[in-house]
Design a protein around this ligand. Structure first.
Ligand code: CUA
Length: 187
């Protein structure tokens, strides 16, 4: 057969190999697109691996978010935990105090409708969805104040729903913590 032995045999082989590689690369792209699509849809439709729930009807009666448990505390392991609740139209506590340059775990939820929580100048920007706990990690590099508006329309008083985060030096924080188990900077 001339195609096997003729002068064009090498070309035919090269063309065949090129087609195979082209097909392979299309398959690889297809697999990657398929994986991305699957993961995207899967994550959007499944709850996150670690979803924590908090019943908005009983928040004020028992559990982690009762009023006496809100504010900033130092846990047994030395970590700083802030617990706060959003409700129409305020945050409790309205002013959160945290130490500088320390890992802070911010745990929040909503007592009624969906609110937002944004800490200006940081990457903290979450929704407070009734029934769910938003659990965030943050570390403030400098002392100072950050405004903390609700950034999710939550009703007629939405634009008045603002809180504040006050970042203080570590020793000042220790002094504040010395007298109480939970603190805030609400005056
Ligand atoms: Cu709460 Cu907007």
């Amino acid at each position: 057969m001339s195609s096997e032995t003729g002068p064009h045999h090498g070309e035919a082989v090269a063309a065949r190999i090129e087609r195979r590689w082209a097909a392979l690369s299309i398959v690889i792209v297809g697999v990657l697109v398929g994986m991305a699509t699957f993961i995207g849809i899967h994550q959007a439709t499944m709850p996150q691996g670690r979803v924590e729930l908090a019943n908005p009807r009983t928040l004020h009666l028992s559990g982690e978010f009762i009023e006496s448990n809100l504010g900033t505390s130092v846990e047994a392991d030395g970590s700083v935990v802030v617990r706060a609740v959003g409700q129409q139209y305020s945050f409790t506590p309205q002013c959160i105090v945290v130490p500088v340059d320390t890992p802070v775990n911010l745990r929040t939820t909503s007592a009624d409708v969906v609110h937002g929580l944004l800490i200006e100048g940081t990457n903290i920007n979450t929704m407070l969805v009734p029934g769910y706990i938003a659990d965030l990690q943050i570390r403030f590099k400098k002392p100072g104040e950050h405004v903390m508006p609700c950034q999710e329309f939550c009703g007629i008083g939405h634009q008045g729903m603002w809180g504040k985060v006050k970042v203080v030096e570590k020793d000042a924080f220790a002094k504040l913590m010395a007298s109480r188990r939970r603190i805030s900077c609400v005056e």
